[in-house]
Write a protein of this length. Structure first.
Length: 320
């Protein structure tokens, strides 16, 4: 991979990685992201991302183009189908919130865009304007969250699959005929995605809880009440402080997180003050698990005759 960026190259020996959270989070010093990154520097940053899951670069007075160039070193940039973006740069999301444009939709634990068949590898967010107080972002290591489950619960959820949907964005569509038609177009483009409840990180090999309250709607093949109860238990894991890192934003701070390993929660406590950040997202791979998936039929048959009758639908079928 070529690590070509404008300006001068920097040796990896200048880099220091300082851990700032017990379960996730590290600050990287000694690198200017506006400059060329040699192979050793790039490898050091990439390794830090995998190990610490959230990496922070402070005092990075760089341009939007430099931020995008840095992101492209790790993969193709993607376009979010709903988030606010510049029409001339659709791969750049701009969060510019104040009294006239309050923050929306990010104050819930989530991994970015898990409604996609292949959710992002990672996300890079850079602060331009920050409020005098508030506006922090919480991160939770979902690898630590999985490790924190009992052995019995780890065994129970491993092999299960969950359904993900763009449910929070459905409210962006009105209830008139044209809007319903447009919604169906998005449903065709982004049908519900099925991912392992416990994914295997493709680099570290760690087991990661991969369900979140923003996009995960059900466990495949499981009774609705049971699915809801299990998901609520798993969602709670992100809320445990010992698995978290709380990031306080300052201007020219850039944060890069591994979307395969962490969830985040943007705190909306700064309204009506202004907060402006620019975000890019890097294309990822389809989540997988090295534990074989348990088929929906097997999950159902654990419930006996009642589940079998539900799967047969009692002769019910759509009619023209």
């Amino acid at each position: 991979m070529s690590q070509t960026m404008p300006a001068e190259s920097q040796p990896a020996s200048d880099i220091t990685v300082r851990k700032v959270g017990a379960a996730c989070g590290a600050e990287i010093e000694g690198v200017e992201l506006s400059g060329d990154l040699d192979d050793a520097t790039f490898s050091a940053i990439e390794a830090a991302l995998v190990e610490h899951q959230v990496i922070v670069f402070r005092d990075q007075d760089i341009s939007t183009e430099a931020q995008k160039a840095f992101g492209r070193l790790f993969g193709e940039l993607t376009v979010h189908p709903f988030a606010p973006s510049d029409s001339e740069a659709p791969d750049l999301i701009v969060f510019d919130n104040d009294a006239d444009n309050p923050p929306w939709g990010t104050d819930v634990w989530h991994s970015d865009e898990t409604f996609r068949e292949a959710p992002p590898l990672g996300t890079i967010l850079r602060a331009l304007i920050v409020p005098d107080y508030g506006g922090d972002t919480l991160f939770a290591s979902m690898a630590a969250a999985f490790d924190g489950l009992s052995d019995h619960m780890q065994q129970f959820v491993s092999g299960l699959e969950a359904v993900h949907d763009f449910k929070p964005f459905r409210q962006l569509f009105d209830d008139d005929a044209e809007s319903r038609t447009r919604l169906r177009q998005f449903e065709d483009r982004y049908p519900p995605a099925v991912h392992p409840v416990v994914r295997t990180h493709p680099v570290s090999g760690r087991k990661v809880l991969f369900v979140n309250p923003q996009f995960t709607i059900a466990i495949k093949g499981m009774d609705e009440a049971e699915s809801r109860a299990v998901l609520e238990l798993l969602f709670h894991q992100a809320e445990i402080p010992e698995y978290q890192y709380r990031h306080h934003w300052e201007p020219n701070t850039l944060v890069f997180w591994d979307n395969r390993a962490v969830q985040h929660y943007a705190i909306h406590d700064y309204y009506p003050e202004r907060r402006k950040l620019e975000r890019i997202t890097i294309k990822g791979d389809r989540p997988y698990s090295d534990i074989p998936a348990i088929s929906a039929d097997v999950v159902r048959t654990r419930k006996g005759a009642r589940a079998i009758s539900q799967s047969a639908h009692g002769g019910h079928a759509p009619k023209d």
